[in-house]
Write a protein that binds this ligand. Structure first.
Ligand code: ZN
Length: 423
């Protein structure tokens, strides 16, 4: 309806103009270079309007012809960009599908179409890396390092390659260069931390660590690897103050104090650590300088006074009492340790030793020993340092698991229940 009204309006205006032109009075006479035109005013005005429209059309046509080369160039550039973008998508999909050769081909096409941009170079490097062409990938990463907007990406790739081939000094050098470009970046921080943990630079690892368990593990490791007794004492004290119940830190601090001649302070640190977390290694260090059996029992009683009802305390006292020939006292503490929930192999081995000491070689004693040894064979394994990332048991504590390199993941106790991997 609106269109019909519009057409009617245009027709009315056209008719109005035609009527106005036809009604114009007089004539127009034009003489140019010997040509003379004479016509009525209305026809003259109409002719001038048609001439003007033709001139405008001609001008537009001429401009369009002049723009043809530029338009062609723009069309070709658009085609190239579209081809490049399609190649980038293909390369990304091939990388995700782990199809290295297809990814390399698509990345090469993307570079041909779009040039060496950070995106196309990264795709090409990742495709080469996936194809196992490390030299090719390294050359592209180095090219990226030379471009201001791709330098960090290049260094990131070079760093990962250095870590993979365990070239620690090269990795550390690259990490320093990358950290200058993006100071405080989370990824670089994590990678530098992993590197520091792998090369045993514990003080740097502590500075980069996020979270108390990691800081504690690295602080303890820094103390244990200190090169001078004074430095060891300072670092060990710092680590122990982070968590007084952390056995490796308490052991490091007490050992440093003992080495500095501060025996009574060393024993008080061990006693405090026992109160927080009774660990057999604390007793081993505390009792090491004491050789006489009764004195060892007295030292064990003093060490464990802060946690008198703990199963480990009863087990320690049972062992030292047995060594001192106090079999009744040993039996009482051993029963208390079992009553407190300790049912590990060592309990039954100590029970067998107790039966042997108490009953000697008589038939009843031998039967009791056999029974205790049988129970030891099927008892829970003794506590150990276990990595709760990979489950491996280790005889000694380490700041990072020697098996899987996970840092700060060793816990004292029985084997951890690891989550099963999804099928
Ligand atoms: Zn592990």
């Amino acid at each position: 309806m609106r269109r019909v009204l519009g057409l009617l309006a245009v027709a009315a205006v056209t008719l109005g103009i035609a009527w106005w032109l036809a009604g114009l009075p007089g004539e127009i006479s034009i003489a140019i270079a010997g040509f003379a035109i004479e016509t009525r005013t209305g026809i003259g005005v109409l002719g001038a309007a048609i001439l003007l429209a033709a001139l405008l059309l001609g001008l537009r046509l001429m401009l369009a012809i002049l723009h043809i080369p530029r338009s062609l160039r723009a069309w070709r550039a658009r085609r190239r960009r579209e081809r490049g973008e399609a190649a980038v998508t293909t390369a990304l999909v091939s990388l995700a599908a782990a199809e290295p050769e297809a990814a390399r081909t698509a990345a090469r096409q993307a570079r041909d179409s779009l040039g060496d941009t950070p995106q196309t170079l990264l795709l090409a490097a990742e495709a080469s890396r996936l194809a196992g062409r490390d030299g090719e990938a390294e050359a592209i990463y180095r090219r990226m390092e030379g471009q201001a907007d791709a330098a960090f990406l290049g260094l990131r790739g070079l760093f990962r390659q250095a870590m993979a081939r365990e070239d620690w000094s090269e990795a550390a050098d690259i990490a320093r260069r990358a950290a200058k470009l993006r100071p405080g970046g989370a990824w670089m921080r994590e990678e530098r931390l992993a590197l520091a943990a792998r090369i045993g630079d514990w003080e740097q690892a502590q500075g980069l660590a996020d979270g108390a368990p990691l800081r504690l593990a690295f602080a303890t490791a820094a103390a244990l690897s200190a090169t001078s007794p004074d430095r060891e004492l300072t670092l060990a004290k710092r680590a122990w103050k982070l968590e007084r119940g952390f056995t490796p830190a308490a052991l490091a601090y007490a050992a440093a104090l003992r080495a500095a001649g501060r025996e009574s302070k060393a024993l008080s640190v061990l006693a405090e650590a026992w109160r927080e977390f009774p660990h057999p290694a604390l007793a081993e260090l505390a009792l090491a300088p004491v050789s006489e059996a009764m004195a060892r029992m007295a030292a064990a009683t003093k060490l464990s006074a802060g946690a008198p009802q703990h199963a480990e305390t009863h087990f320690l006292l049972a062992r030292t009492a047995l060594d001192a020939g106090l079999t009744g006292e040993a039996r009482r503490h051993l029963a208390a340790a079992q009553g407190a929930g300790l049912a590990q192999k060592r309990v039954f081995l100590l029970l067998a030793a107790l039966e042997a000491a108490e009953h000697g070689g008589d038939a009843a004693g031998q039967a009791a020993q056999r029974d205790a040894l049988l129970r030891a064979a099927s008892a829970e394994p003794d506590s150990a340092w276990h990595c709760d990332a990979c489950g491996t048991a280790h005889a000694a504590w380490h700041p990072a698991c020697p098996s899987c390199h996970a840092a700060g993941r060793l816990r004292w106790g029985g084997p951890p229940r690891l989550a099963l991997a999804a099928p």
